[in-house]
Design a binder for this molecule. Structure first.
Ligand code: ASP
Length: 586
């Protein structure tokens, strides 16, 4: 019997309807049970659940009793107020239930490898192998919906400010984001390759030369990296570029987008303006360029105190140019705990505590009460260490995070953005013995550091800015170099000869000859931002079809072998671990 689907209502709508109404719903059998001689099942659609109750005298009782989880059914019936004892406050339609006058099975389901109704842990490769079932789970549906909302809000927000969404190619030339490219062999030009974009960086700069002025794009980017951290080979950016701007303009724009998303999608009301730290400040206080500022406990610099000298080995370390630093643990720690922390952090931790005016801990013998207090020993214990350079600060930063988490210092429901600015422009690559761009080679140096480019490249700061949320980098960008001579100086510093620069970026350099406006931009890591707004701990939870961390897709079997004929057509010879499938017989 055909049905007029326009009559179908979403289960969520039923919550607002009066009992007695005649309704048509359709969806999946979520849970199914016999109880007190009745059959109950929850019918699930995208909007939620509704209970269907079938009495023994109902002509559909036998069919209702025979239903299985995840069968697709259509139910027409009357909406009833539930008995008080059966009200379920956990679901939106918990006050009502449907008594069916028609029950139709639209599709049966085979026994399930994973159950959408099951909230327990399921092994990830199994979830991804049957992602279409995994995505039926209400939590996953919420994640998809939140991602959709975030996309709509971002697009609306940027469009309202005059940004055009311009699409750039996926088959293009290598872009210099510093990761490995995904290459696509060309059939028409054998032996040549396209690179999938690591970002649309060069195109968006060309769009500025083209007079677009305000560009954005929701774009897939590809970086062929080992997936140790929570990364995907393919990820989505909200990519933005604007002409006639300086650093503060892009920071303001990024800030309004981030805060709008936080407010409208996640429902967070956050501090405005977002605080800013320079890269140096972040490193010194938190030992990282993506600090989690939901709690304090900054790294204390005790180098001057150490130099002034009550603790001989710390004074000596400080004289040797090392930094002496400390973290104030809010709770006392046993010697054993401190040893375990030292081992995990890779630094030697001394301890200084203060109880009833007396200094204690492994460093206590060097201090009296007031002196210990002047070093910052209060309640709990001060963990003191020394070491050289930023590597030492990074270790202290990791220790800070661990101490903060273990002491429960991160309030639940708290969220904190922070901008990091004034990054170094160049960093030394010891392996290749050369300077390389920290961001990418089109990032402009700070005006006041222009003179240092040749004489002390490591001290040049850049117009790069990163946006950090709860300890994760969620966006990054920079003001670009728009003048050829400066661009050539930077290329020279990173060891790119004129010829190499020409070879790689000829089209950009050429475009810059024809009137490039000052410009800059930013890109948001959309997956990560959505993950944080959804309260998830991996980006795979907010990507419809992610890859496993091995890079494999258990659902489609990608990456897969191709036929010898396909390889031949591309002019490729491939060394294979396994034999190739035979080409089809024609
Ligand atoms: N292309 C940069 C990136 O992917 C972002 C930017 O500089 O706008 O990190």
């Amino acid at each position: 019997m055909s049905v007029d689907w326009r009559q179908r209502c979403a289960t969520a709508e039923l919550a607002g309807m009066r009992p007695g109404a005649e309704v048509l719903v359709a969806g999946w059998v979520h849970r199914h049970r016999h109880h007190g001689g009745l059959v109950f099942f929850d019918l699930r659609d995208r909007s939620g659940l509704v209970q269907v109750v079938v009495h023994p005298e109902n002509p559909h009782f036998a069919l209702a009793a025979a239903l299985h989880p995840e069968w697709v059914v259509q139910v027409r019936g009357e909406l009833h107020q539930r008995d008080q004892a059966r009200v379920n406050p956990k679901i939106a339609t918990g006050q009502v239930e449907i008594v069916p006058s028609e029950l139709t099975v639209l599709a049966e389901a085979a026994p399930l490898p994973i159950s959408p109704a099951d909230e327990g842990e399921v092994e990830e490769s199994l979830r991804l192998r049957h992602r279409y079932l995994d995505l039926r789970r209400p939590q996953m549906q919420r994640n998809l919906e939140l991602r959709h909302q975030a996309l709509q809000v971002a697009r609306r927000h940027l469009a309202e400010q005059g940004f055009w969404e311009v699409q750039t190619p996926s088959l293009s030339r290598s872009t210099p984001e510093g990761a490995r490219d995904f290459l696509v062999p060309s059939r028409l030009a054998k032996g040549r390759f396209y690179a999938l974009p690591q970002s649309p960086q060069l195109y968006k700069q060309l769009l500025m030369v083209a007079g677009v002025e305000r560009y954005f794009q929701v774009v897939h980017c590809f970086r062929d990296e080992d997936l140790r951290a929570d990364r995907q080979l393919e990820f989505v950016q909200i990519d933005i570029e604007q002409s006639f701007v300086d650093r503060d303009d892009i920071i303001r724009l990024g800030e309004s987008l981030a805060l709008t998303l936080a407010r409208e999608v996640a429902g967070w009301q956050l501090e405005e303006p977002i605080p800013r730290l320079t890269y140096r400040e972040a490193m010194e206080a938190y030992g990282t360029d993506h600090p989690d500022l939901r709690f304090g406990m900054p790294i204390m610099n005790l180098t001057p105190e150490a130099l002034a000298g009550t603790v001989p080995f710390l004074a000596e370390a400080a004289r040797q140019g090392e930094r002496v630093a400390a973290l104030a643990s809010p709770r006392p720690l046993s010697r054993k705990e401190i040893d375990a922390l030292s081992l995990a952090a890779g630094v030697d931790l001394g301890s200084l505590s203060l109880a009833e005016g007396k200094a204690g801990g492994s460093l206590g013998r060097f201090f009296d009460g007031p002196l210990a207090q002047s070093w910052g020993a209060g309640e709990g214990v001060l963990l003191v260490a020394h070491g050289p350079g930023d590597v030492f600060l990074e270790k202290m930063g990791a220790l800070r995070l661990r101490l903060g988490r273990e002491a429960g210092l991160i309030p639940s429901g708290a969220h904190q953005f922070v901008w990091i600015t004034d990054f170094p422009l160049l960093e030394w690559n010891g392996e290749d013995s050369r300077w390389q761009a920290v961001h990418h080679p089109f990032t402009a140096p700070l005006d006041e550091d222009l003179e240092r480019i040749e004489e002390s490249p490591g001290d040049v700061r850049s117009k790069q800015y990163d946006l950090v949320l709860d300890g994760f980098e969620v966006a990054g960008g920079s003001i670009r170099i728009h003048q050829r001579p400066l661009q050539e100086r930077i290329f020279a510093q990173i060891g790119l000869s004129k010829e190499e620069a020409q070879e790689k970026f000829q089209f950009l350099l050429e475009a810059f000859r024809y009137g490039a406006p000052p410009h800059g931009g930013i890109a948001f890591g959309f997956d990560r931002l959505v993950m944080l707004m959804a309260g998830m701990t991996t980006i795979r939870e907010v990507i419809a079809f992610p890859l496993l961390s091995s890079g494999a897709d258990p659902l489609t079997g990608a990456p897969s072998q191709v036929t010898a004929a396909q390889l031949a057509e591309l002019g490729l010879v491939v060394e294979l671990a396994d034999p190739l499938p035979r080409p089809p017989v024609s």
